[in-house]
Design a protein around this ligand. Structure first.
Ligand code: NAD
Length: 476
């Protein structure tokens, strides 16, 4: 008997979806068989197929947003923005393909030409996370398909219904059966997929822990593409902000949107020691107004529950760990219903915590650190193995220049939240946040490889040096 995967609503515990665990080998074989025909089509043919896919998603927008909201727990208004991002990805990826991997003809000696063209890798595996279960895997799948790859997509085991819905939209758009395959399962199926000899690469969005495991798994396969988009421990520095209420709003949006379940969420709030009181007052005033509720509740909540009870338990134990090491809570991480993963937005002063773990707290916890001066703020911003997003709120242009030049991250913002990165720009991090394969606009780069060809219709050659006798053409 095949094993089943059951997905439940975090907000209620009700079943959303159930399906059979898939077989990685069979899915890869189907994709391999379909790949050559897909790769042989023109780019414009494949872009047209993606436009039909965007139309399919548009036609089901409301159902899709409702499903994402139910399965992840995020508010339905936020789920709608995720569906919009899925649709917009098509035009962005078409432009990115043409801009990042265009055909070029270069002049070369003796009237010949050098052509640079790109080829798809073949079959690419895509592993998705649960926090943006449609937008993020889609951000790999659409560019991979445009470039001419076939894809085996394994959604997170926590959001298989959303994965199946996305897959169904590709099918309904007429993308051939073998070209996109759906593999249902968890980490075991992810590992099995990664180990298939029939894949030419793997595009991953998820935790640093899983990313490192995949990196090890790929140690013997340096010829395969591995793109890792991982987590962060992102700093938000607030320094001499002219408008404290705006600074507080930016902090709250950075830390608590999506219940803090964003890779770009601010985890560490770095402030000037002695000048923090007005900012704390403004942030706590906002925290106390935040509605935490079911995704479809009215009035609409700012944030829903965490993805599941295990995630809430884990975050609570990380919170207790900070308190035991000397953290001083300013707003506590409360759990109003013991059996459900709703958590309230929390703020804790960790300035005096010794051996503060440099780990991602994937939920609504913001850790505050007081430092003496701006140089110390930059040092503290860099006091992490990760390097995804960082923001400065306040400061002068010269201070922002200094911040930009010295902070190590792939996204560096000024007077903007750490999250909400634009899709039409590259997106990636350094350190433990990735392996230098940025996604979003630069996804085109890892979906195809360049081929350089020196070409001329008429074969001509000359050996200029090192021959013994004068050259006499063979036919004369
Ligand atoms: P996760 O790493 O637990 O799972 C991601 C996917 O990998 C899932 O499909 C899972 O089944 C699979 N998987 C897990 N362990 C695996 C293994 N050892 N081998 C193969 N496959 C494995 O991540 P998650 O909890 O679903 O997502 C949250 C994490 O993703 C956070 O760390 C967050 O910061 C990160 N994230 C990063 C980005 C980015 O673009 N950098 C975006 C969103 C989320």
């Amino acid at each position: 008997m095949t094993d089943r995967l059951i997905s439940t609503e975090p907000a209620t515990g009700e079943e959303v979806w159930a399906g059979d665990i898939g077989d990685a080998e069979a899915e890869v074989a189907a994709a391999r068989a379909a790949w050559p025909e897909w790769a042989a089509h023109s780019v414009s043919y494949r872009i047209e197929a993606m436009r039909r896919f965007a139309n399919e998603v548009r036609a089901r927008e409301q159902d899709f947003a409702d499903l994402i909201a139910r399965e992840t727990g995020k508010p339905v208004w936020e789920a709608r923005t995720e569906v919009a991002a899925v649709i917009n990805k098509v035009e962005i990826s078409a432009n990115a393909y043409l801009e990042r991997t265009p055909m070029r003809k270069l002049e070369a000696a003796m009237g010949s030409k050098v052509a640079v063209r790109h080829k798809p890798h073949g079959v690419l595996a895509v592993l998705g996370p649960y926090n943006f279960p449609a937008h993020l895997p889609n951000g790999h799948i659409v560019p991979a398909l445009i470039a001419g790859n076939a894809v085996v997509f394994k959604p997170s085991e926590k959001t298989p219904a959303t994965g199946a819905f996305l897959f169904d939209c590709f099918r309904a758009a007429g993308v051939p059966e073998g070209v996109v395959r759906l593999l249902i399962g968890g980490p075991a199926e992810g590992k099995a997929l990664a180990s298939q000899p029939g894949i030419d690469g793997l595009l991953f969005t998820g935790s640093a822990r899983a990313g490192m495991s995949l990196h090890r798994q790929f140690a013997d396969a340096p010829h395969k593409m591995l793109a890792l988009e991982l987590g962060g421990n992102n700093p938000l520095v607030v320094w001499q902000a002219s408008d404290i209420d705006v600074a507080a709003m930016i902090a709250v949006q950075s830390a608590y949107l999506s219940a803090g379940q964003r890779c770009t969420a601010a985890r560490r709030l770095i402030v000037e020691d002695g000048a923090e009181e007005p900012l704390i007052a403004a942030i706590t005033k906002l925290i106390d107004r935040i509605i935490v509720d079911n995704p479809h509740a009215s009035p609409p909540p700012f944030m829903g529950p965490l993805i599941d009870v295990a995630a809430a338990d884990h975050l609570q134990s990380q919170w207790v760990g900070l308190m035991m090491k000397g953290g001083k809570p300013i707003r506590r991480l409360d759990r109003p219903q013991e059996d459900r993963p709703f958590l309230t937005p929390a703020l804790i002063d960790v300035t005096d915590v010794r051996d503060r773990p440099d780990e991602e707290m994937f939920g609504p916890v913001l850790q505050m650190l007081r430092v003496a001066d701006f140089d110390a703020a930059i040092d503290e911003a860099n006091n992490t193995r990760f390097g995804l997003a960082a923001s400065l709120v306040g400061g002068t242009p010269a201070m922002y220049d200094k911040f930009w030049a010295n902070v190590r991250a792939g996204v560096i913002n000024w007077n903007k939240p750490t999250n909400g990165a634009p899709s039409n720009a590259p997106f990636g991090g350094i350190g433990l946040s990735g392996n230098h394969r940025p996604s979003a606009f630069y996804a085109a780069d890892y979906c195809a490889y360049p081929v350089t060809s020196s070409e001329t219709e008429l074969a001509r050659a000359a050996v200029a040096e090192g021959l013994r006798d004068a050259y006499v053409p063979t036919d004369s």
